[in-house]
Design a protein around this ligand. Structure first.
Ligand code: HAM
Length: 426
């Protein structure tokens, strides 16, 4: 019989301890940052009824990118491709009890059937931070401030990343000017989304197919922020709003922000300011964060809607970012001490000693292989465990252990109590 392939399913990752270490680092920076702003963690199942996404997630994601199947009871089920519909559902369900403004976060894994490539996989983890119940731009300001803070906490400088801002209201005004209905608006949004990936000629040709002889003036507006804002009206509330957000962020010292009228965001539920965070290094062209205001999504579930602003930040793109900018932490085992054992008769004493050390918070692994001591120590080194002791007759009798630091090669003869102090003081 042929052997099974050891590779993982297409577009998903296995996390060996070194990868999980990085993943944990990313999660820990995310969690600390959002908790410092007063966000509480929630969670939900990976499975959702498919209809949850049909209302407002966006045609492309629902029709082409979800893992959807029928369960044994003939219900249509989807592996969640994003968290926003789930959190909107949860908030809508308890909206009378929850107390607003409500600050929530989650770190779910999400599934999208995409062509795997750099920065895009079929399973990724995504920090979601959302604030519910605030209509004012204080919500946008805080959400973008958190995104900026997270980047800084990873060790990035402001030159390493750029925050791009746009507003659905501005884009909708533009579409109204050109008399676009819902369907052609969607087609045009998709074309604008691809604008920077195709040639100017191709872009013009595609726009012409939808707008005919109005396409020239449309392209002029969508290609120039100044002309576009002039046309919509610089003093209009919709335009003013986005500059208020920029000004409040500037007051916080956040200046790596730019207005980008071509920033579309692929979801139908956004209603106001939208933003994405990008690496300034062209090697990573995919967004690190994406989010915005979605005031009507909860209305899918109930009569009253709850205003909301939030973002999703992916683990795949942030890892690429950290690698490119040399910001990945060096691997460190969570095990502090490896105990090499010379003879089987010492197993029991070694277990007692390990138990004593563990009770004081030292993480200890025992080697029962009875291989040569050098080979046992090599295993410790391979696993990145920093300290080793060897247990033989002398150690059992004297209760003095030679603690060796595998990095520096230094060693010390110590009692069990002193071993604890040495390791925990490191
Ligand atoms: P999104 O722009 O689809 O937004 O995803 C947010 C982030 O998740 C992206 O910027 C990227 O870092 C990461 N991401 C998305 N898809 C993939 C993928 N296939 N592989 C790797 N990383 C990926 C949303 O999902 C919105 N629900 C975010 C949101 C929350 N808006 C308001 N609240």
């Amino acid at each position: 019989m042929s052997k099974l392939d050891t590779g993982s399913y297409k577009g998903v990752r296995d996390f060996y301890p070194e990868d999980q270490f990085i993943q944990n680092h990313i999660f820990s920076v995310w969690r600390k940052a959002v908790e410092s702003f007063g966000y509480s963690e929630y969670s939900a199942s990976i499975l959702e009824p498919s209809e949850l996404y049909k209302a407002k997630t966006g045609e492309e994601i629902v029709n082409e990118q979800t893992y959807t199947f029928k369960d044994r009871g003939d219900r249509e089920v989807t592996l969640r491709p994003e968290m926003t519909p789930t959190v909107a559902r949860m908030v809508a369900m308890r909206r009378r009890e929850l107390g607003f403004p409500l600050r929530w976060y989650s770190v779910p894994n999400l599934f999208r059937y995409e062509a795997p490539q750099r920065g895009r996989l079929r399973e990724h983890w995504q920090l979601n931070a959302d604030i519910f119940g605030l209509e004012s731009i204080e919500a946008e300001t805080e959400i973008i401030q958190i995104a900026h803070k997270i980047m800084r906490n990873f060790g990035a400088t402001d030159d390493d990343f750029l925050i791009r801002l746009n507003s659905r209201k501005i884009i909708n005004s533009l579409y109204r000017l050109f008399g676009l209905d819902a369907e052609s608006s969607q087609t045009i949004s998709k074309l604008i989304d691809k604008k920077n990936k195709i040639s100017e000629e191709d872009f013009s040709l595609d726009i012409e197919k939808v707008l005919g002889d109005k396409s020239k003036s449309f392209i002029e507006l969508i290609s120039s922020p100044d002309k576009l804002l002039e046309k919509i009206g610089k003093e209009s509330e919709d335009v003013e709003e986005i500059f208020q957000v920029t000004r409040s962020l500037e007051k916080l010292g956040i200046t790596n922000i730019t207005f980008d009228q071509t920033l579309m965001r692929g979801f139908d539920y956004y209603t106001g300011v939208v933003f994405e965070v990008f690496d300034t290094n062209k090697e990573n062209p995919r967004s690190l964060f994406g989010g915005g205001r979605y005031d009507d999504l909860t209305a899918v579930f109930s009569a009253e809607s709850v205003p909301a602003v939030g973002f999703g930040a992916g683990d795949v793109t942030i890892r690429d970012f950290l690698e490119t900018h040399n910001l990945l932490p060096a691997y460190k085992s969570t095990t502090n001490l490896y105990v090499a054992i010379l003879e089987e008769k010492h197993f029991s004493d070694a277990r007692v000693l390990a138990g004593y050390l563990r009770a004081s918070g030292v993480n200890v692994a025992l080697d029962f292989s009875l291989r040569k001591v050098g080979d046992q120590i090599k295993t410790a080194d391979k696993h990145g465990i920093p300290f080793v002791i060897v247990i033989g007759d002398d150690e059992i009798q004297s209760k003095i252990y030679k603690l060796k630091d595998l990095k520096t090669g230094k060693d010390w003869s110590l009692s069990a109590e002193e071993v604890i102090q040495k390791i925990l003081s490191k």
